[in-house]
Design a protein around this ligand. Structure first.
Ligand SMILES: *Cc1c(COP(=O)(O)O)cnc(C)c1O
Length: 340
């Protein structure tokens, strides 16, 4: 095994072609066995279901090297379960959990030279996705699909140090109300593009979306769940059926309880109570947890004292414990670290 000649620590979060990708085809009511291919291009009919009616779902996880030199992925079983849920909501025939896990292993193994070394902070981002591939012009689910996994090496998230995030409370809905907020699908990201470009123009890093029905409860940002810490050191995170169930957030809640002895609660969180929290972070696979310094609600500023220049103390403990578990320097709960 010879690692590719890549400047790992200076990689950005961008697409870079690797040697192999996985593809499986759904036809005549069933998924085939799947195989690896070196061709990064896809040829589709002009009327493919994915192009006309956005019938596509995806996942995101990372492969990396542990402190003792193993290539691993973090909790891929939860990505499999979530991809199946997302697929079912968009009438996409789900792949089995077994096929998903086998495909992840095969494609990471084949691209092992692109898995960044331990200590570089970089990871191999793994992107499974399923989309409708045959021609559909009447509004209905496609009959044929492709399940694919691409891999691309990505750089360390906190390159050049931690920069706390500034968020605006957003007037748009993140997803269709009562619809698809709980699934990982390109259609939700398409919805978020206009608001995020607008937020950036106004000088904000992210949007905080509120619940569409009452506009009083905190949902999430375009691509990360919120986690708050109360002044007495309790971890609280929004409970809602219209946010994406982040694997990082669920892991952090377990870490808070079982490793740090903290109380952790999932419950509806009113925007009104956010000003009383001591720390705020965003959780997702890419950054694990990134500190939020400021939330602006139509001119009203909420500042998190500890988040303005660095991570707050509880956020930092959560970050260090979960990354320690991922990298193999802290003992992981059963099943969290899967060796390739
Ligand atoms: C992927 C994603 C997250 C983060 O989930 P992780 O499993 O922690 O990576 C949060 N919100 C949305 C909308 C997402 O698509």
């Amino acid at each position: 095994m010879a690692k590719k000649d890549i400047d790992w620590s200076n990689l950005s979060f961008g697409y870079q072609k690797t040697d192999y990708r996985y593809v499986s085809y759904f036809k005549d009511g069933k998924w085939d066995d799947g195989a690896l291919t070196t061709d990064e291009n896809i040829v589709l009919n002009e009327c493919a279901g994915v192009l006309q009616y956005a019938q596509t779902v995806f996942e995101g996880l990372k492969a990396y090297t542990t402190s003792d030199g193993r290539t691993v992925v973090f909790r891929p079983d939860l990505n499999a379960e979530r991809l199946i849920q997302s697929a079912e909501r968009l009438m996409i025939p789900p792949v089995s959990k077994e096929q998903f896990l086998d495909a992840v292993k095969k494609v990471v193994k084949a691209n092992e030279d692109f898995v960044p070394p331990y200590g570089s902070g970089a990871t191999l981002y793994v992107r499974p996705y399923i989309f409708g591939s045959n021609a559909v012009i009447g509004v209905k689910p496609a009959d044929e699909y492709q399940f694919r996994i691409l891999c691309t090496p990505v750089g360390p998230y906190f390159k050049g140090g931690v920069k706390p995030i500034t968020i605006r409370v957003c007037d748009y809905d993140r997803a269709a109300p009562h619809g698809t907020g709980h699934i990982k699908a390109g259609l939700n990201y398409a919805m978020s593009l206009y608001p995020i470009v607008e937020a950036h123009k106004e000088g904000y890093d992210e949007n905080m979306y509120l619940d569409a029905a009452t506009r009083t409860y905190v949902e999430e940002t375009g691509g990360a769940n919120f986690l708050f810490v109360t002044k007495d050191g309790k971890v609280v995170t929004p409970k809602s059926n219209s946010i994406l169930p982040s694997i990082t957030r669920r892991s952090l809640v377990q870490v808070a309880r079982e490793y740090l002895g903290l109380e952790a609660e999932e419950r509806p969180i009113a925007l009104e109570e956010v000003k009383d929290f001591a720390e705020c972070g965003l959780c997702g696979t890419a950054a694990v947890i990134s500190p939020v310094g400021k939330i602006v609600d139509h001119g009203k500023e909420i500042c998190f004292p500890s988040g303005m220049s660095e991570m707050g103390p509880v956020t930092k403990k959560l970050y260090e414990t979960l990354t320690g578990i991922q990298m193999g320097t802290i003992k992981a709960p059963e099943g969290w670290i899967v060796e390739i």
